[in-house]
Design a protein around this ligand. Sequence first.
Ligand code: COA
Length: 399
Amino acid sequence: MQLGIDDLSFATADQYLDLADLAPSHGVEPAKYYVGLGQERMSVAAPDEDVVTLAAAAAQPIIADLDDAGRAAIRTVLLATESGIDQSKSAGVYVHRLLGLHAACRVVELKQACYSGTSALQMALALVTRNPEQKVLVICSDVARYDVGSSGEPTQGAGAVAMLISANPRLVQIEPLSGLHTTDVMDFWRPNYRTTAVVDGRLSLRAYTESLSGAWADLQAQGGPSFTDIDTFCYHQPFTKMAVKAHQHLTKVVGAPRDPEVLDAQIGDSLRYNKQIGNSYTASMYIGLISLLDHATEDLAGNRIGFFSYGSGSVGEFFTGLVVPGYRDHLRTAEHRRRVDERRRVDHDEYLRIVAPANPVDGGEHPIPVTSRSPFRLAAISGHQRVYVRSDEAAEAVA
Ligand code: COA
């Protein structure tokens, strides 16, 4: 039985900052970000957007295409995030309601920095193995935030990916072997009392590549495919240059040729959306996968993709998947391009106004003005409750 990704969709925030508009505040040339980090723009989540609204917007097109039996087959929703909005209640429960899913469903949130989406994928595959009639909706959703003025600031972003995991998938069959690597390292974390991450940037780059080496060695020890058996690669992308560095590192480890044109053919298409969106933590590698499938000019049917998923702290996993023949008939390329291209540009002052306000903590009534054009909105924080609405119901909910 083949198992894997049957449908894929992403959403990003409705506004973006061009990194050329950020560069002067750091006293650097735009080329440092465009070339040095491989990032051109970053999505900026408005006050009425968060991991719930992004997750629902990512999954909505998938759910809309299912009939009632297809929706009922979704008996599990796994939401991976490191930008959680509650210490107790899963963000996935709000998403489950916004999507109109059946009550006969388990919903849970998973956390391990940028890695937890991959753990959700593996758990989903295990559930479908037990009952191939059921489907699992995996959603990775994050808003990447660092302090204003910090070196992490140009590596922010926001995005969510929804993946429908099933038997006989239409897009990518996930192969059973994985290489794993866990080690306790303080490269990036976010204590409960902070809204922005704390990061040791240099250490995080080293920890990432060491994790890649460890996970790759484990994949080989498990009898996984060799480097030359893999056609294209998708890496976790905190900024796209990191994926380039990671791939260069892997070619060095395995002693493969490092001709820039060959390297670009192996990873270039997976970087295109992320250059425009920025970091989306758990979602970033899967936006990379969508980018690869949406942009490849040749038919990738039968190609083996190597995935390296990394979450600081740290957990790394290297696994592989085979692209299913006919996958192109099931891509949502036009919708993805629209979501990236139709964002509104904000200038630096506007960006600072957007990221400044802290969430109210007094339990009062706090309506949130309509800013984004997302199909789902955070309409208010009222009596310590977050009030989520479909945008067409928003006026009614806050009236
Ligand atoms: N033109 C072109 N490239 C330039 C440049 C210019 N004018 N100025 C600098 N650069 C290059 C640097 O040479 C460097 O490239 P290299 O790493 O290939 O040598 C790159 O831009 C970044 O410059 P650097 O000075 O190292 O950046 P920084 O100290 O401001 O921080 C990060 C970079 C990634 C460490 C920082 O953004 C960060 O902490 N991000 C969050 C953590 C993260 O994403 N970690 C990843 C693992 S999960």
